[in-house]
Design a protein around this ligand. Structure first.
Ligand code: IFM
Length: 483
């Protein structure tokens, strides 16, 4: 039997986000976020699905924490609904909203599970969007106030903090292709939004540092693209450079190095003169960080192309317009290989590339995989159990890659599986299942899939079984635990 161990203290967690699981959209003072508005706009979300009820975590959180404990998770990454704790995005907090998260945190701590808070996972209070949303500078200032308010309420018991989740999605899908809330489609706004998200991260980090004890660890979760060129042709290599700038360096440049690279400014100069970047912004954004979160699902394959029939949308579904500003002459291709239920190619080598890249470029900031997982078309067997061998294989190959990156020198300290529960998958509604725990969307009963049991064993032992053993675990299935 060959086993490979993870370092002592490695976090084996699972991740969720508020809008995708909480429900209780109009309870206890919560008001609409941009995702409530988007979902209730006909034609925006598949099947007209909404997060009004989601998987009702707002009422079932205690059972869900018990489930995490049963599955041996030692960390849980979740997001705060801004609209629940500061409904208009301004002014004082709503105590009932804060109390919900305080109870959740206390329950996690009581079960020995490290709580990891993400402040912003895409659900901007609607009133801030009405005032201009992320293309407006003031939204970054509001975010810093909100960060300070949440830190004041939970900072005595939570040590791990993430400012933003995947700012690329907020800017490019929300304001570029419009397939995410708020559904706007203006490529100049994408760049303004990206800068103000960066500024929100910087001002938010400063607000957290001011409000939290010195032991707090603060970071951000990006979804960098492992960009590859279709061929070695110089035109394709240049397409890769440009998408690397738009996907990655537009965020990690200011956050980690305090600059927007000159090629990014030049490539987008026909859309904007970047005058929204004010004196002092880059210094504000470039804050010391204790953690860099990397969310990874699949690589990105590009080429130069004048052929407008080739796709420009790179697997993020729907929408007439590409999310990518100034990239009409770049085509996106499907990486060869098996795909998940999202149509995303399974290729862990992209994760290795990214871990080694950020290991080299961050100057030693500890790395965490804050999201990784796959959507499968899971269905219960007649006896009620749910077998998901493909997910076990996916998790095995990606965890093995993490272990390899650690062996190659990367300082990776944790892995958060996306996701704990089947949930609301944004524009795809409830049609995609990312959970290791199956949720019956009618009864809301939870059933751990075989992958949950398999991951529980990895978390318990801190060891990854050999690939051949991994699939034997398919027989180890779970019982219904909560309904
Ligand atoms: O469900 C999302 C999550 O909210 C952000 N990262 C990607 C996941 C899968 O699409």
């Amino acid at each position: 039997m060959s086993h490979s161990s993870f370092p002592a203290g490695f976090l084996f967690g699972s991740a969720t986000s508020a809008y995708q699981i909480e429900g209780a959209a109009a309870e206890d003072g919560r008001t609409p976020s941009i995702w409530d508005t988007f979902c209730h706009t006909p034609g925006k979300v598949l099947g007209g699905d909404t997060g009004d009820v989601a998987v009702d975590h707002y009422h079932r959180w205690r059972d869900d924490v018990q489930l995490m404990a049963d599955l041996n998770l030692n960390a849980y990454r979740f997001s705060i609904s801004w609209s629940r704790v500061q409904p208009t995005g301004r002014g004082p907090a709503v105590q009932r909203g804060l109390d919900f998260y305080r109870s959740l945190v206390d329950e996690l701590l009581a079960k020995g599970i490290t709580p990891w808070i993400t402040l912003y996972h895409w659900d901007l209070p609607q009133e801030l969007e009405d005032a201009g949303g992320w293309p407006e500078r003031a939204t970054a200032e509001r975010f810093a106030e909100y960060a300070s308010l949440v830190a004041g309420a939970l900072g005595d018991r939570v040590e791990r903090w993430t400012t933003l989740n995947e700012p690329w999605c907020s800017a490019y899908l929300g304001y570029g292709s419009g397939v995410h809330a708020p559904g706007r489609t203006d490529h100049a706004d994408v760049l303004r939004a990206a800068h103000h998200l960066n500024l929100a991260h910087g001002l938010g980090t400063q607000a957290l540092r001011a409000a939290l004890p010195g032991r707090a660890q603060i970071g951000v979760s990006i979804n960098p693209a492992a960009v590859r060129a279709l061929t070695d042709d110089p035109a394709d290599l240049d397409a890769r450079r440009r998408i690397d700038a738009l996907a990655n360096r537009i965020f990690d440049g200011p956050m980690l190095r305090g600059v927007y690279d000159e090629d990014l400014i030049q490539d987008t100069s026909r859309l904007t003169d970047w005058s929204f970047v004010k004196d002092g912004d880059l210094a504000d954004i470039h804050q010391p960080l204790d953690a860099l979160g990397i969310n990874y699902y699949t690589p990105t394959l590009v080429s130069a192309s004048a052929d407008r029939r080739l796709p420009r949308r790179d697997g993020h579904g729907g929408g007439e317009q590409s999310p990518w500003p100034a990239s009409e002459d770049i085509a996106f291709h499907q990486t060869p290989g098996e795909t998940t239920d999202m149509g995303w190619t399974i290729d862990p080598t992209g994760l290795h590339d990214l871990l080694m890249r950020y290991h080299r470029e961050t100057g030693g900031i500890p790395l965490y995989i804050t999201e990784n997982g796959m959507a499968c078309d899971d269905k219960p067997s007649p006896d009620g159990t749910v077998h998901d061998p493909d997910r076990i294989a996916y998790l095995h190959s990606h965890l093995d890659t993490v272990r390899r990156a650690i062996a190659d020198g990367a300082d990776v300290r944790g892995y958060f599986l996306w996701s704990l529960l089947d949930n609301f998958e944004w524009a795809y509604g409830y049609s995609k299942r990312f959970g290791t725990v199956y949720v019956d969307f009618e009864s809301l009963a939870r059933v751990p899939k075989s992958s949950a049991r398999w991951y529980a064993e990895v978390a318990r032992t801190g060891e990854l079984p050999a690939a051949s053993e991994a699939l034997d675990a398919v027989d180890a299935v779970g019982d219904p635990v909560a309904d």
